[in-house]
Design a protein around this ligand. Structure first.
Ligand code: NAD
Ligand code: UFG
Length: 350
């Protein structure tokens, strides 16, 4: 298969998972066009991806566009034929979604519908979507298989659930569509160069970005949300996956879009559960930094144990995560120590 000619539109490609995926796309010989409104990201990430891609860097284009700006999307599709779209763009802060549900429904759902309308109008009907393990709600058992019942406990989760349903309806209405819904578990880590990584705006919601900010002295301590769960040490258990493994999962999914795929869903996880305290211990080992802890009550909406069944992705996408938590923490620390204030403090990375 000649990949060099494939032109991929990546929405939200300046963000954490998007930037790593764009790099893997370029290194895999794809051309990538990123659209992002930079709401939760920096154009510096795009510049760095270009640099990391070396000679392939010229195959990357960036447009600061909001997905809901239909004329801008129309113009892009009119000027560039795309083979497929990877759709990352969306807001993802669970707590904020509870405070501002309309913002989340507007951004995530209207953004997706606008994208789908423009894709259909231009005959581009291949898409990979960022769904989430959040659609399993509090699973009755683990590992989570793709057939588990779906539910959501907050507006963010409901946007993922609704968008999944929209994709299933689109496919039912027009079988030319080839759609892969990827349910990510907990992406962490960074590219091994330490040149790109996760740089959330505001106070981090997720465990590892918070831990990294404690390690570099930006925050005094990590609050552990709940130590009375029925788990190995009482803290919540999740399936952490290296962001590069996750990025590679998207390449595997893109290749699968060439088959008679229809609308399929795959978990992207490692199949292994790790507690908060185990993750903190792995990070302390990797960084040599002590992470002060404050024990607190459970975070509303959190569940006890979530990890993936990886069988379907292994069997059908021929994809399997390669990295463990030690490598995830090593690369997270490499990024954090080189960029303690993220992208905007450029000099700190030198
Ligand atoms: P991110 O915030 O780093 O990246 C999302 C990108 O989308 C950002 O660059 C943001 O500026 C952009 N964006 C948002 N709304 C936009 C719009 N209307 N138009 C154009 N660009 C817009 O987040 P991420 O962690 O890279 O997540 C990527 C996707 O994966 C999201 O859809 C997220 O919900 C999903 N996901 C993430 C996780 C996680 O834990 N990181 C887990 C499961 C699913
Ligand atoms: N945690 C803490 N302190 C913190 C942050 C998190 O103790 O400051 C704990 C949580 O209670 C949980 C674990 O660390 O036990 C992981 O929490 P994250 O917020 O990092 O991840 P979640 O599994 O709760 O949720 C994330 C995303 C969701 C997504 C889900 C699955 O926020 O949007 O992963 O992909 F759906």
């Amino acid at each position: 298969m000649v990949m060099a000619t494939k032109n991929i539109l990546v929405t939200g490609g300046a963000g954490y998972i998007g930037s790593h995926t764009v790099l893997q796309l370029l290194l895999g010989g794809f051309k990538a066009v990123v659209v992002d409104n930079l709401d939760n990201s920096s154009e510096i990430a795009i510049q760095r991806v270009k640099e990391l891609a070396g000679e392939y860097g010229n195959n990357l284009r960036f447009h600061k566009v909001d997905l809901r700006d239909k004329p801008a999307l129309e113009q892009l599709f009119a000027s560039t034929p795309f083979d497929a779209v990877i759709h990352f763009a969306g807001l993802k802060a669970v707590g904020e979604s509870v405070q501002k549900p309309l913002l989340y429904y507007n951004n995530n759902i209207i953004g997706t519908i606008t994208l789908l309308e423009v894709m259909a109008a231009h005959g581009c009907k291949k898409l990979v979507f960022s769904s989430s393990a959040t659609v399993y709600g509090w699973p009755k058992e683990v590992p989570c298989t793709e057939e588990f019942p779906l539910s959501a406990t907050n507006p963010y989760g409901r946007t993922k659930l609704f968008i999944e349903e929209i994709f299933r309806d689109i496919y039912r209405s027009d079988s030319e569509w080839k759609i892969i819904l990827l349910r990510y578990f907990n992406p962490v880590g960074a590219h091994s160069s330490g040149y790109i990584g996760e740089d959330p705006h505001g106070i981090p919601n997720n465990l590892m970005p918070f831990v990294q900010q404690v390690a570099v002295g930006r925050r005094p301590a990590l609050t552990v949300f709940g130590n009375d769960y029925n788990t190995v040490d009482g803290t919540g258990v999740r399936d952490y996956i290296h962001v590069i493994d996750l990025a590679d999962g998207h390449i595997a999914a893109l290749c699968k879009l060439n088959d008679s795929i229809g609308c399929e869903v795959y978990n992207l996880g490692t199949g292994k559960g790790t507690s908060v305290l185990e993750m903190v211990a792995a990070f302390e080992k990797a960084s040599g930094k002590k992470i002060p802890l404050v024990m607190a009550g459970r975070r509303p909406g959190d569940c006890e144990i979530v990890y993936a069944s990886t069988e379907k992705a292994e069997r059908e996408l021929d994809w399997k995560a390669k990295y463990g938590i030690d490598e995830m923490c090593r690369d997270q620390w490499n990024w954090a120590s080189k960029n303690p204030y993220g992208y905007e403090a450029q000099d700190s990375s030198k």
